[in-house]
Design a protein around this ligand. Sequence first.
Ligand code: 5GP
Ligand code: ZN
Length: 110
Amino acid sequence: MSHDCLFCKIASGEMNTEFLFENDNLVVFRDINPEAPVHLLIVPKRHVRSVNDITDAEQMLIGEMVMVAKEMAKREGVNDSGYRLQTNVEKGGGQVIFHLHMHLLGGWGR
Ligand code: 5GP
Ligand code: ZN
């Protein structure tokens, strides 16, 4: 764990953030500054900086992030109306928190 990383702190439970989902590898919580009616963040517990830093051994983690996002879309009631999964990579790609995460955005026009 990287001690100056906000998402490491959140994922380890240090920040008292409410988790909508948690397992051994991932947590899901609501974005503090939502850009859609439903805006969740799917975050691995292990510190990985971005998609650029995913190793072959971590391929499974990405698959799991998508599967959990799919389940969360269902729970939030946006699976039929549709949603967007977005991962920003590095500054030029809009990444602000340098701990890998996937945005789940949806709920427009429900
Ligand atoms: P990025 O631009 O790095 O892909 O997205 C980072 C996201 O994290 C932003 O949408 C921002 O609103 C969210 N965020 C930043 N700090 C916090 C926080 O302390 N708690 C929560 N729940 N979300 C945060
Ligand atoms: Zn981290």
